[in-house]
Design a protein around this ligand. Structure first.
Ligand code: HEC
Ligand code: HEC
Length: 456
């Protein structure tokens, strides 16, 4: 049964155990020190039950440790994750998948011009925020309050940066994926067990077991964790989620030249005295060979007008203030963070019909005009106060309580020139919009028909 080597090892092991036994104090001697409670030990994630492979222990609560134990194949996880992403049966209504809100034809952003999407068991509940695109998050850092750029060390604290969600709330894609599945106004499943039961009935249930192990669907909590890991891996598929096939990418690769208007737009976009857009929406490769993602992932307050049509905003005194809450609660005491939302990538922005965290805008041209004239023509963007001592005054930055409006950013392009003129005139706004349209994936380089075959 044992070969010679094993026998030698076993003998050595037994000898060392015997030696330890001699050194160990007698049971009485431990009186007064903390005794290990076997039940608590069994619940601890550090505990590996003897003889049972770790991957089958439902007490291990970290999906990455589950992955390290089971080592599922990445290609299979992506394939099964794709099926889950498009599966409407995994919702309370039976009519909603991740892809209903994150549509691949719109760079995994919203397929319509609604500010927020309907969801819920009867598809009659509205979301709270605009649907972001799921593309170009592959280099996004986890949320941190104090970000220091490691690749370009300046020693400067760049402030709150990163994290999934408009307020940077979620640190991983698998944690994030759990939210829409259970949110009553999104996919509206009753519980993780509810999702696991649906998963066991899915057409790809056998494929799921082949990928994660025979017992992968036996325990509800574990099945749910595997599901979120599959979604995470799907969202790391480069061809789907970071293809870099826009005209601008082709121009950076030297395959095509931007038109004159597009080049002018890029110039205003980068110019610190004009658009200054690139100070937040990074536009140049950080290093040779890398591609810019058009965001520095920073969270900042722009004073986007309140969207009165959102259901929570009907409640007087309710404000979605992003980083300081109320949808995330950990930084509620940091009033200086109120109003800050994460800078989105502008890649594929021309495919969108709804803009900013609250979907207050529906036209790209209007968004760029907002940057140009927010502070020179506020009456165009904000309502007037209709009662009280300030009646008739423009209610600037009206989506923040008055005391917190000082958080709003005033760098260029918002601050006008010394003579009061906006930093971008109408032609320059047009040029920037023309440039933004070069950021849409799927551009076919003339004469190279297959260049963007990866996209749709
Ligand atoms: C009802 C529409 C809806 C559905 C269905 C939906 N999402 Fe979302 N998704 C949103 C909204 C809205 C946000 C922004 C949430 C926020 O910032 O609070 C979001 C944010 C995200 C983000 C963070 C993106 C970023 O820019 O930080 C990821 C990742 C994501 N969703 C993945 C998924 C996955 C995976 C599914 C399916 C399990 C899914 N979503 C289903 C509406 C939806
Ligand atoms: C100070 C940083 C900063 C600067 C400068 C800046 N942006 Fe933004 N941008 C943001 C943030 C933050 C948001 C999201 C704000 C929100 O939703 O509340 C945003 C959102 C946008 C959006 C909406 C995208 C979407 O998915 O909804 C567009 C378009 C945009 N910016 C274009 C521009 C252009 C063009 C310029 C230059 C004229 C510019 N930005 C300058 C930080 C910045």
């Amino acid at each position: 049964m044992f070969n010679a080597n094993t026998r030698v090892l076993l003998a050595a092991l037994l000898a060392s155990l015997a030696a330890q036994a001699v050194d160990l104090p007698a049971p009485d001697a431990t009186a007064g020190t903390q005794k290990l409670d076997p039940a608590a030990l069994a619940r601890s994630r550090l505990y590996h039950p003897p003889g049972v492979p770790g991957a089958t222990d439902p007490n291990i609560d970290n999906v990455y440790s589950m992955q390290i134990m089971a080592l599922p194949d990445v290609g299979r996880m992506q394939a099964v994750g794709r099926k889950i992403f498009f599966d409407k049966s995994l919702s309370g209504s039976g009519r909603m998948a991740c892809a209903s809100c994150h549509d691949p034809a719109y760079a995994y952003g919203p397929p319509n011009a609604l500010a927020v999407q309907p969801g819920g068991a009867a598809m009659d509940k509205l979301g709270n925020r605009a649907v972001p695109s799921l593309r170009y998050k592959e280099r996004m850092p986890s949320f941190t309050e104090h970000y220091f750029d490691e690749e370009h060390p300046t020693g400067q604290d760049q402030g709150p940066t990163g994290g999934y969600g408009w307020d940077g709330h979620f640190s991983t894609l698998h944690i994030q994926a759990g939210l829409p599945l259970l949110a009553p106004n999104e996919m509206a499943n009753a519980s993780q067990s509810d999702v696991a039961a649906k998963l066991r009935k899915a057409a790809y249930a056998a494929e799921f077991r082949d990928t994660f192990g025979k017992d992968a669907l036996d325990d509800d909590a574990r099945a749910f964790k595997w599901l979120t890991l599959a979604l995470e891996y799907f969202q790391r598929d480069p061809q789907e989620f970071f293809p870099y096939t826009s005209k601008y990418d082709a121009s950076l690769r030297g395959q095509v030249a931007l038109s004159e208007q597009e080049q002018r737009g890029l110039k205003w976009f980068n110019d610190k005295e004009k658009g200054n857009c690139a100070s937040c929406h990074t536009s140049t490769p950080e290093r040779p060979g890398t591609m810019p993602v058009f965001t520095d992932f920073g969270l900042i307050a722009l004073g986007v007008p309140r969207n009165a049509s959102l259901p929570p905003n009907k409640q007087h005194g309710f404000y979605d203030m992003g980083l300081c809450g109320p949808y995330r609660g950990d930084l509620a005491a940091h009033h200086e963070y109120c109003g800050a939302f994460r800078t989105p990538s502008l890649r594929n922005v021309a495919l969108r019909h709804t803009f900013f965290h609250n979907g207050a805008f529906h036209d790209l041209h209007e968004v760029v005009e907002f940057y140009a004239t927010r502070d020179t023509d506020p009456a165009h963007w904000y309502p007037r106060i209709h009662s009280g001592p300030n009646k008739g005054k423009v209610d600037m930055y009206d989506d923040l309580p008055v005391a917190l409006r000082k958080n709003v950013n005033h760098d260029a392009p918002f601050s006008p020139y010394a003579d009061g003129r906006p930093r971008l005139d109408k032609q320059e706004v047009d040029d920037i919009v023309a440039f933004l349209k070069t950021l849409t994936d799927g551009y076919v380089v003339p004469g190279k028909q297959t260049a963007s075959a990866a996209t749709h």
